[in-house]
Design a protein around this ligand. Structure first.
Ligand code: NAD
Ligand code: UGA
Length: 460
């Protein structure tokens, strides 16, 4: 009944939403998303999806059980599929050679081996995960060693969605990038994938390249985006010394069409699962290919980001007369950006860790991240369970979090923080009431008029 069958290995932040969109736009294709994590798959099949994304729930509910399926039967799904997307994690390696920088490809390798073991007949394998340039070579080697000549074609199709806007990004992508080999088989496979996307993406936005350009472009895109944030954040520090206003500077330079206005919002630092990981991976690759100057250039983007996060925490401590022991600090927002429940590499975590080390009592409120998410992330950052039990409280609202606090810090730009009753929050905080805006979402003059000692980023 279905013209084509797609399977996606990995039901995470990328696999789930991208496959839901393909199912929505291609009713003639059967899409199965598989994962070894049973809990995650159960959540995809429930009313509470494991990924929070505006608009996602509706799309999943419309298509689930029709042409969109979530399951744990990875091997069966591989056997059935014509096209197999690999969308597993590629975190920074934590052990052995390249630890702390290189991408850990163990999940990619295990997926490739599983495909090699189970697949019968011709299959198109699509690298959806972000990987180092030339990873397709390794995948091809594993597949080739276990198959008939020409059974597998490997394509690179990196994903550019951003969390929080995943559905809009998938619906109207700036571009779809597909890399394939310049062989007859490679080009035929590439056309099959182009045809899938052409069901809703205008043909001129579907870019095709060779495999290596496609793999590398993904890392470079993230590196350029992160570089813009580190650039403006570095200037935010200069603004604080010179009474220039970083938002005014961003507006002024962004008006130049060659620079453009996007991604120039100064902040407490970028977070998310990918920017740092992909930058570190790029740095590692440059070193590997004997380009230490290039490696150092991109490494600086990460260093400025680390500095911005620790500078923010230090500013809070300094403003509280150099000691926060036993003082209540309200943390407003923990997710790495608004409209997501994702805490991976969230700047908030680093700020909280530094404040906990200084002995602060934290009262954390985030609309989507609760005790389990905060605890997991703080443990990952090396904070002990004992410290979390003693010094971290999860509040149910911003009002509860700020009650009798010495200071409050906005660390995620959730819309609801813009419209809080800041006058009454001021009333219930201890005085002087310090308010740090790590996202520059509140108006400076009005907030100061309410009585706050208000400290935004990059404003003298
Ligand atoms: P994730 O950790 O949310 O999901 C990966 C899933 O793969 C996990 O659920 C894991 O259980 C599963 N998995 C691992 N090995 C498996 C195997 N052998 N068989 C079946 N399932 C397996 O990761 P993510 O955020 O979706 O990212 C996936 C990839 O996409 C990464 O390479 C990332 O860099 C890239 N990416 C992520 C984003 C994003 O916004 N998160 C955007 C673009 C690209
Ligand atoms: C980013 C890219 O935008 C996506 O194109 C890419 O697909 C994805 O990484 C990935 O490869 O995982 P994401 O991390 O989800 O997406 O979110 P962004 O909107 O890029 O924000 C990343 C971080 O930068 C957030 O912490 C955000 O608050 C911060 N940021 C963003 C700023 O501090 N200032 C800005 O001007 C923009």
């Amino acid at each position: 009944m279905f013209k084509q069958k797609i399977c996606c290995i990995g039901a995470g932040y990328v696999g789930g939403p991208t496959m839901a969109m393909i199912a929505e736009k291609c009713p003639h294709i059967r899409v199965e998303v598989v994962d070894i994590n049973e809990k995650r798959i159960a959540a995809w099949n429930s009313d509470t999806l494991p990924v929070y994304e505006p608009g996602l729930q509706e799309i999943v509910e419309r298509n689930r059980g029709k042409n969109l399926f979530f399951g744990t039967g990875v091997e069966d799904a591989i056997r059935e599929a014509d096209i197999i997307f690999v969308s597993v994690g590629t975190p920074t390696k934590t052990y052995g050679h390249g630890a702390g920088r290189a991408a850990d490809l163990c999940y990619i390798e295990s997926a490739a081996r599983m495909i090699a073991r189970c697949a019968k007949g011709p299959k198109i394998i699509v690298e959806k995960s972000t990987i180092p340039v030339r990873t397709a070579e390794a995948i091809k080697t594993i597949l080739k060693a276990n198959s008939e000549e020409g059974q597998f074609q490997v394509l690179s199709n990196p994903e550019f969605l951003a969390e929080g806007t995943a559905i809009d990004d998938l619906l109207e992508p700036d571009r779809i990038l597909i890399g394939g080999e310049h062989t007859e088989g490679g080009q035929a496979a590439l056309q099959v994938l182009v045809d899938v996307y052409a069901n809703w993406v205008p043909r001129e936005r579907i870019l095709t390249t060779n495999l290596w350009s496609s793999e590398l472009s993904k890392l470079v895109a993230n590196a350029f985006l992160a570089q813009r944030i580190s650039s403006i954040n570095s200037i935010s520090a200069l603004c604080e010394r010179t009474e220039a206003d970083v938002d005014e500077v961003a507006r002024a330079i962004g008006a130049d069409s060659r620079i453009g206005p996007k991604f120039l919002k100064a902040s407490v630092g970028f977070g998310g699962s990918c920017f740092q990981k992909d930058l570190l991976n790029l740095v590692y690759l440059c070193e590997h290919f004997g380009l230490p100057e290039v490696a150092e250039y991109w490494d600086q983007v990460v260093k400025i980001n680390d500095w911005q996060k620790s500078r923010f925490a230090q500013n809070i401590v300094q403003a509280l007369f150099n000691t926060v022991i036993g003082k209540k600090v309200a943390i407003l927002g923990y997710a790495f950006k608004k409209d997501t429940n994702d805490t991976r590499e969230a700047a908030a975590g680093y700020v909280c860790r530094d404040l906990l080390e200084e002995g602060a009592q934290l009262s954390i409120y985030d609309p989507q991240v609760k005790l389990e998410g905060v605890t997991q992330h703080l443990l990952y950052l090396g904070v002990s369970q004992e410290t979390i039990d003693k010094q971290v409280h999860i509040a149910e609202s911003a009002e509860e979090s700020t009650k009798e606090a010495h200071a409050a810090a906005i660390l995620t730009e959730w819309d609801e923080f813009k419209t809080l009753d800041w006058a009454s929050i001021y009333q219930q905080m201890l005085k002087p009431a310090l308010l740090f805006d790590g996202r520059n979402i509140l108006p400076v003059e009005e907030t100061r008029k309410l009585g706050f000692d208000f400290r935004p980023i990059g404003k003298g």
